[in-house]
Design a protein around this ligand. Structure first.
Ligand SMILES: CC(=[NH2+])C(=O)[O-]
Length: 148
């Protein structure tokens, strides 16, 4: 087999792997099981996708009636617990999207977020929205790369 044929064969094998590598469901008991038609997170190869996290406590009770800071801390704790289940710390997060009710909450959100993420500074987008499920003021999702 010549060099060109070997290279083509390697590309074909990699393409088949790309199509057949399984998608894993990530689930941890540290975060309530989603009530809707979705999972806490998925992983494919080294990529991890965490569903939008609201701020329910592990026992399922909601923090939505509580101060903004409580909601943000719980949503971040939920996000990090799911990432940890997938083998990722905050330093492995590539991108975060946060949905905030009330753009005036941005500075509070940013302060708490900076405390929690520390030296890790993933790409991030904050999207102001009119309302979230269960009356929450924040929902946070992330994409991460787990170590090989
Ligand atoms: C809360 C949430 N992640 C959903 O999809 O409804």
């Amino acid at each position: 087999m010549g060099e060109g044929t070997r290279a083509l064969s390697a590309i074909a094998e990699e393409s088949i792997d790309l199509m057949t590598d399984p998608i894993e469901r990530i689930a941890t008991a540290a975060v309530p099981t989603p009530a809707g038609h979705y999972v806490q997170g998925t992983a494919w190869r080294d990529l991890v996708f965490v569903s939008g996290q609201l701020g329910p406590r592990p026992d399922g009770t909601h923090t939505s009636g509580e101060p903004f800071e409580t909601q943000v801390r719980q949503a971040l704790a939920n996000l990090l617990a799911i990432l940890a289940e997938a083998g990722c710390g905050p330093d492995r997060v590539l991108r975060v999207t946060a949905y905030l009710v009330g753009v005036e909450n941005w500075p509070h959100f940013n302060r708490i977020y900076a405390e929690v993420f520390g030296d890790a500074k993933p790409a991030r987008t904050v999207v102001p929205v009119p309302a979230l499920n269960h009356g929450y003021l924040v929902e946070i999702e992330a994409i991460a790369a787990r170590p090989a």
